[in-house]
Design a protein around this ligand. Structure first.
Ligand code: GN1
Ligand code: MG
Length: 368
């Protein structure tokens, strides 16, 4: 972070008053995030973009600017409050939407959306129904966004087959010397090589049309109203790109329908909750105003399996590579994360008949 203090970075943006404090916010595995308060009491989010992960930060910021401006207009046109229901970027004092430091790191600032809360997990299905509605609604709002104007911020982000190949390369290179200790996990994944192309094949066949998707639909990427339990604002727009509806659905289920935290060490505590699966599926399809095809709805359970497997693959590859991608907070953190994902995959495979029954019910309800 070199020459400037965090307060000086905060001061590079057009805040209302002068920044007086900067506190780190310790969620998210990629960017560094801080809460800034100015002398009028207003709060902001200051973020340092991880350029090891997002190699084209200028294009990334262009995407976010376009997407938030588009959402702002749509929300205002339907009587919503754009200052709360989408993110608002704060301009840099020298112009533009970001500041570059001497280490070529990119910084940006958003208004803080007050009176909202994020959940790492939910007990009650109603809350998860609301989360599903919010992510479905986000996709619905972007359904007529000109997708060809978006940059691909991370190429092949949800290309599960190429993630599988990357893991095989990691095993071969064995940079950390840990590959020999994770044979069981590697074998579990290798046995599932063929399903890695499930979503890609569906896209090629035309069963899963490309839409503008969020691609990182963790429960904690929704700011929720603690009083009503409803979603207010979808955040973390760094990976908004064309994709399949199965990506967003699958990623939500792998994180939010899990009975335990993503890094739980006691695997007996880790399984997928069917009640949460059902609640989210219903909310998601309703948020999309029932606009999914039968093939898409029928693909949702496999979407959950694939994205969970893919995330397990990514955590395991990073463990073998020596933890260079995801931030870790303890020794073996990425391996712990990989193991929960693989445990969830095994549990979802067992529960496939029940998940299929849930979506068949929804197909009857939502398709003509
Ligand atoms: C990362 O930064 P965060 O926590 O929102 C990752 C996602 C993973 C997730 C796993 C750009 O998301 O793809 O699913 O960790 N984001 C990126 O928790 O790689
Ligand atoms: Mg993210």
């Amino acid at each position: 972070m070199n020459d400037k203090t965090l307060l000086e970075y905060a001061g590079s943006f057009k805040t209302e008053g002068a920044p007086v404090s900067v506190e780190p916010l310790l969620t998210g595995h990629i960017n560094k995030t801080f809460i800034v308060t100015d002398d009028t009491g207003r709060r902001y989010l200051l973020q340092r973009i991880n350029t090891n992960v997002f190699k084209r930060p200028v294009e990334l910021m262009e995407n976010i600017d376009k997407v938030t401006s588009f959402l702002r207009k749509k929300i205002a046109a339907t009587g919503g409050d754009p200052n709360r229901e989408t993110l608002t970027l704060v301009n840099a004092r020298e112009g533009g939407l970001y500041v570059v430091d001497s280490e070529n790191s990119y910084w940006r600032m958003y208004d803080y959306v007050e009176d909202t809360i994020t959940y790492q997990s939910v007990e009650r299905p109603e809350l998860f129904y609301n989360a599903g509605w919010s992510f479905g609604n986000f996709q619905r709002l972007l359904s007529d966004f000109p997708a060809d104007t978006l940059h691909e911020t991370i190429p092949n982000f949800h290309n599960t087959a190429s993630r599988f190949n990357d893991l095989m390369t990691s095993e071969k290179l064995n940079k950390s010397g840990r590959a020999g200790e994770v044979t069981a996990e590697l074998n579990f994944i290798k046995e599932r090589k063929d399903v890695c192309s499930y979503i890609l094949d569906g896209i090629k066949r035309g069963d899963f049309p490309l839409r503008v998707t969020h691609n990182d639909t963790k429960l904690n990427n929704i700011l929720m109203d603690p009083k009503t339990g409803r979603g207010v604002c979808i955040v973390d727009l760094d990976t908004v790109m064309p994709g399949s509806v199965l990506y967003d659905f699958g990623d939500s289920i792998r994180f939010g329908a899990s009975s335990a935290a993503e890094d739980e060490r006691d695997l007996d505590k880790v399984y997928m909750r069917l009640d949460l699966f059902e609640a989210f599926a219903k909310g998601f399809i309703e948020g999309l105003d029932g606009s999914l095809s039968e093939a898409e709805i029928r693909g949702l359970p496999m979407g959950a399996v694939i994205i969970t497997l893919e995330t397990g693959i990514r955590f395991l590859a990073d463990h073998i590579d020596g933890d260079t991608y995801f931030a870790i907070h303890r020794e073996g953190h990425n391996l712990d994360r990989a193991r929960t994902q693989l445990k969830l995959v095994a549990d979802m495979e067992k529960k496939m008949p029940e998940m299929n029954a849930v979506v068949e019910k929804l197909i009857k309800k939502f398709t003509k």
